[in-house]
Design a protein around this ligand. Structure first.
Ligand code: PEP
Ligand code: MN
Length: 342
């Protein structure tokens, strides 16, 4: 958004009023010589009418956007179960697939012990090969729900088909649309109509714009909130499974004001890189990282090579906690509410 100022307005004074409204501005002259203040990150969301009422503002221009509902999420936090995402980097964890009741429970305990707030895991699995294990379906939703409840976790799980939507929506606090379905617009519409928060994974070859517009489809249909999940894109090398696009994460978070989750497991495809990539994701502003874990990774029916075991989950938890504590202390010092740097 852009405020064009009156000819005789004092731009510094107008800018100061806007700061009082939680807005950061950048000043420039337009081609007609008028002084303009562009609203830039990390500004709070503001209505055009509020801006137009600031003394010294002649008119407000809003760039036409292909994603007005995504834009309206700017700076808004989202609640998933009992947890609000946004203040620190949270942890989502769980198995790639729900393989048995005992495996799901063991993985949920691993997740909870590591400080996770959301259990992940698939009952319906999209698989490249038609012969690969594709999930236990409806019964697995119940295992996931029970394991989440037993460990005080919220649940996110993937919905692959409209036929399963009611069952998935009844079981989970957050609905996951997988990478392969990011542009399945009829599925997006149906998922949006449920009204719950949606974890929208990025298509493996999707541009940022396509991803945002997929989010717009969900919101236009009524989704409670769209959380964008970067999980790596196709790239030149095959040394990692995908290339984690941390630039896109930073842009979505800091320029577009969105809630962003990063899945380092599907980006790396190998467990030794999951913790470093998770920490990098946190550093660029991810609101949560979502990792795969398994009580016995070597026996996993899918994605065992990238599943963390208990010891690796503990290491991830220690690293994430330390970084989060450091950030909180630093933030308090900036707010003047903490003592560490006062
Ligand atoms: C998953 O998270 O279970 C999954 C299948 O990931 P993606 O859609 O990113 O491939
Ligand atoms: Mn997986």
């Amino acid at each position: 958004m852009l405020a064009v100022l009156d000819d005789n307005a004092d731009a510094a004074a107008v800018g100061a009023i806007m700061r009082g409204l939680g807005l950061w501005t950048q000043r420039y002259q337009d081609s007609a010589g008028a002084t303009c203040l562009a609203i830039v990150p990390p500004s709070q969301a503001v209505d055009a009418e509020v801006l137009a009422a600031v003394p010294g503002v002649a008119r407000v221009l809003q760039a036409a956007s292909a994603t007005p509902l995504v834009d309206a999420q700017f700076g808004r936090s989202v609640r998933v179960g009992g947890v609000t995402l946004g203040s620190n980097c949270a942890l989502f964890a769980g198995p790639c697939a729900a393989e048995s009741e005992s495996q799901v429970h063991a993985a949920a305990v691993m997740a909870a012990m590591s400080g996770a707030v959301v259990l992940r895991g698939g009952a319906f699995k999209p698989r490249t090969s038609p012969y690969a294990f594709s999930g236990h379906g409806l019964v697995a939703l119940q295992w996931l729900r029970d394991a989440a409840d037993a460990n005080g976790l919220a649940l996110v799980t993937e919905v692959m088909a409209v036929a399963h939507l009611d069952a998935v929506a009844n079981a989970a606090e957050m609905l996951q649309v997988g990478s392969r379905n990011m542009q399945n617009y009829s599925l997006l519409r149906a998922v949006g109509e449920v009204g719950k928060p949606v974890l929208l994974k990025r298509g493996a070859a999707a541009t940022l714009d396509e991803w945002l517009q997929a989010g717009e489809h969900l919101l236009a249909a009524g989704a409670g909130h769209v959380v964008f999940c970067e999980r790596g894109v196709r790239s030149v090398g095959r040394d990692t499974r995908n290339m984690l696009d941390l630039g896109a994460v930073a842009l979505l978070k800091h320029v577009r004001g969105q809630t962003v989750v990063v899945d380092p497991s599907h980006a790396a495809g190998r467990r030794d890189l999951v913790i470093p990539l998770a920490m990098a994701a946190r550093a660029v502003g991810a609101d949560a990282v979502m990792v795969e874990c398994h009580p016995h990774p070597s026996q996993a029916l899918s994605d065992g090579a990238q599943a963390l075991d208990s010891e690796e989950m503990a290491r991830l938890a220690t690293a994430l906690n330390a970084a989060n504590v450091e950030m909180t202390t630093h933030r308090r010092a900036l707010d003047g509410t903490g003592s560490a740097y006062a």
